[in-house]
Design a protein around this ligand. Structure first.
Ligand SMILES: *C1O[C@H](CO)[C@@H](O)[C@H](O)[C@H]1NC(C)=O
Ligand SMILES: *[C@@H]1O[C@H](CO)[C@@H](O)[C@H](O)[C@H]1NC(C)=O
Ligand SMILES: *[C@@H]1O[C@H](CO)[C@@H](O)[C@H](O)[C@H]1NC(C)=O
Ligand SMILES: *[C@@H]1O[C@H](CO)[C@@H](O)[C@H](O)[C@H]1NC(C)=O
Ligand SMILES: *[C@@H]1O[C@H](CO)[C@@H](O)[C@H](O)[C@H]1NC(C)=O
Ligand SMILES: *[C@@H]1O[C@H](CO)[C@@H](O)[C@H](O)[C@H]1NC(C)=O
Ligand SMILES: *[C@@H]1O[C@H](CO)[C@@H](O)[C@H](O)[C@H]1NC(C)=O
Ligand SMILES: *[C@@H]1O[C@H](CO)[C@@H](O)[C@H](O)[C@H]1NC(C)=O
Length: 615
């Protein structure tokens, strides 16, 4: 009995001992239930405790450096915490809002006013508070959490006990010196799932700003700043290629990237650190919650489940990558850094890679986020295999066994669409990576790295929508570095879909251009030259209603129970930081119409080519 009691006590102490490490979700995601792939907070705690005091700078202005409330003030099991000063190097961020909780993010690096190197053997302790007021009072939720070099000094906590559909302000501070504070961030919660559609967001339309493909060396992230300052965006959605693994040029505009082509955890962290120095990106993270998913470049170009265009694991072992790292190790490093740096929830603690998830925003909409890239994608166009006759037919004929997302996710996606209809949500907005509609593209070939390479999977989704009469589905896409707006119709179904009236369609696709990455038409192509290509493309592709290939930018979706409207924004100049942008086109989708409202874009756009222009 005695030894049992002893064991029990030891366990209790152990779990309490790691509480402040565990509170920081950066230690726990993406691998909470798989410590062999992640960070073991028990051993990190043991490491912190075993070090005796080694601080070498004058700590007299600060409180006791032992974490004060820790383990009943029994300092024998209590770690020192760093008390020499903190630097909130990358402002604050928030993400994945639910109705009563949201994730808050910051980075707290040990600093020292004397210039002496901080002692990195002890944890950093930060506290957070969240309030409905920008004065941070009254405090609605608060708490403390540790961070350390193990997670690149990132901090990711869940604020709970919040009111639905409410705006909040939050701030982090140094536990050992309350005067050292982060900037104040703004965030919000979503309506509860059962809120009537016309009461969501207090009866006002809800606005998402939607982004993709932000390559640092290609330009300044002006689109983020424009969305934050010059639109009424409530939530920012990023569809992937938030970072790029490549080096490229960029020096001529002050945007050279540090390091090398990404392969190790150090590489990926360094890249996130540099991206988040962009003032527009930092501002956008500070002003609203983000909902993100990854595409290929968060790992590497043209990723699929077992490789990328320049790294793969083969039967012979890891054959190639610029660093010599195996693909699997590279992917694990990429995914860990992503979870450290972005306020994204881990939805399934047993499913290491799962980032696909769903947000029920009252009865107004479901926002369904997919992973068509890293989770379970069958082999894609890897350039070196493009000409291989043995692989090509898999793309050109609809092969039933090929999937862009894996059958587990496919089933979940179909079930989520059906459940959304069953619960009578008005809109189904699907945030995913690659262009969904069939597209004979700018080089007059199909992009088999997009859904055109996974035709059977696409047909299964369209069949599900048609067969179950699921209305008001709006698919979002990025990846392509150009704008494409289409009625959502069966790609090969010319008998029922009418391109002029839109009759026969089952929904709409809004695919957006890049924040900065160069046009897929041609780098720096001028508007007039791009419009010539766009005109050809809207003429040869039946469901394609608008094409635009010159401008970098983003789009917003403004959603209420009657209308879902999209406004495309074009940024005029990304070679310097500015907010020089304009609305290039505006589209409407009316509840129940399942196509772009006619005349499409009111028959007139400020850039690109419409299938039907109204004089
Ligand atoms: C990846 O593996 C395939 C199949 O073994 C091989 O043909 C290809 O050259 C490899 N890719 C690289 C970049 O080494
Ligand atoms: C804090 O971090 C920022 C960004 O890395 C850096 O520019 C600044 O010099 C740091 N301040 C101190 C006091 O270390
Ligand atoms: C965007 O907002 C900023 C800050 O309010 C303002 O200075 C700028 O003129 C605005 N830009 C446009 C294009 O409206
Ligand atoms: C497809 O997968 C099923 C189940 O694994 C298998 O029985 C069948 O042979 C596969 N079909 C093709 C054409 O590969
Ligand atoms: C794509 O468009 C080009 C130009 O109109 C045409 O020549 C080609 O046949 C089209 N490809 C397919 C597969 O329809
Ligand atoms: C279109 O349908 C025809 C007839 O079913 C089929 O032969 C062809 O492969 C399909 N094309 C595409 C691009 O799916
Ligand atoms: C973009 O802005 C920069 C800096 O103001 C300027 O040098 C450049 O000429 C501009 N580019 C264009 C295409 O207007
Ligand atoms: C959406 O577009 C429709 C049709 O142009 C318009 O009547 C409606 O007011 C718009 N809704 C919002 C919120 O702008």
């Amino acid at each position: 009995m005695r030894s049992l009691v002893f064991t029990f006590t030891a366990l209790a102490v152990g779990s309490q001992a790691t509480l402040l490490l565990d509170r920081n979700l950066a230690y726990r995601s993406p691998f909470i239930d798989h410590p062999e792939h992640g960070l073991d907070t028990t051993s990190i705690h043991a490491r912190h405790v075993q070090h005796s005091k080694r601080q070498i700078i004058d700590a007299t202005p600060f409180k006791d450096e032992h974490y004060p409330n820790f383990y009943g003030s029994d300092f024998s099991n209590s770690p020192f915490v760093w008390n020499g000063g903190l630097n909130f190097t990358h402002s604050v961020a928030s993400g994945d809002p639910f109705d009563t909780s949201v994730l808050l993010w910051t980075r707290a690096v040990p600093a020292s006013s004397t210039g002496a190197l901080p002692d990195q053997s002890v944890p950093v302790c930060v506290s957070f508070k969240i309030s409905t007021s920008n004065t941070l009072s009254p405090v609605i939720d608060s708490g403390e959490a540790f961070t350390s070099y193990d997670v690149d000094f990132t901090v990711k906590v869940e604020a709970t006990g919040l009111k639905p559909d409410t705006k909040y302000f939050f701030q982090f501070s140094d536990c050992t010196n309350a005067e050292t504070v982060s900037p104040v961030g703004a965030t919000r919660t979503f309506a509860s799932p059962d809120t009537p559609a016309d009461q969501v967001n207090g009866g006002k339309p809800l606005t998402f700003a939607v982004f993709s493909c932000s390559q640092f060396q290609a330009g300044y992230f002006n689109a983020y700043g424009f969305a934050a300052q010059n639109t009424s965006a409530d939530v920012f959605v990023h569809l992937g290629d938030y970072i790029y693994e490549s080096i490229g040029s960029g020096g001529s505009i002050g945007r050279a990237v540090l390091g090398r082509q990404l392969a190790t955890i150090h590489d990926y962290r360094q890249r996130f650190q540099q991206y988040r120095t962009d003032v527009s990106l930092s501002l956008a993270h500070q002003s609203a919650p983000w909902i993100t998913t990854w595409d290929d470049h968060e790992v590497a170009n043209n990723a699929w489940k077992a490789g990328t265009s320049n790294s793969n694991d083969t039967a012979a072992g890891c054959s190639f990558s610029p660093s010599g790292a195996c693909f699997t190790d590279r992917k694990l490093a990429a995914i860990r850094a992503y979870h450290e740096w972005l306020p994204v929830r881990q939805v399934d603690t047993h499913d290491l890679l799962r980032i696909w998830r769903n947000f029920q925003v009252g009865k107004l909409l479901d926002l369904t986020i997919l992973d068509t890239r890293q989770y379970d994608r069958d082999i894609t166009d890897l350039t070196y295999n493009r000409a291989r006759k043995s692989i090509w037919p898999l793309w050109t004929i609809p092969h039933p066994n090929r999937s862009i997302m894996g059958f587990t996710q496919e089933k979940w996606f179909a079930d989520t669409l059906s459940e959304s209809k069953r619960r009578e949500a008005v809109w189904r907005v699907v945030g995913q990576q690659v262009v969904f509609s069939q597209l004979n593209g700018s080089s007059f070939r199909f992009n088999t790295d997009a859904w055109d390479g996974y035709r059977a999977n696409r047909a299964r989704i369209l069949d599900h929508l048609y067969n179950n009469e699921i209305s008001n589905t709006v698919i979002l896409a990025g990846d392509s570095h150009a704008n494409w707006v289409s009625d959502l119709a069966h790609p090969n179904d010319t008998t029922t879909y009418d391109p002029i009236s839109g009759d026969g369609a089952i929904g709409v696709e809004f695919a957006g251009t890049a924040v900065t990455s160069t046009s897929s038409f041609r780098a720096n192509i001028a508007p007039a030259a791009a419009d010539v290509i766009s005109r050809q493309l809207v003429d040869i592709n039946p469901d394609l209603q608008w094409s635009e290939g010159s401008f970098r930018g983003f789009f917003t979706l403004t959603i209420d129970p009657q209308w879902l409207n999209a406004t495309y924004y074009a940024m005029r100049n990304i070679t310097s930081p500015n907010t020089d942008g304009f609305a290039s086109a505006e589209f409407s989708v009316k509840n129940g119409e399942n196509k772009l409202h006619r005349p499409v874009a009111g028959g007139k756009v400020n850039a690109g080519a419409l299938k039907v222009t109204v004089p």
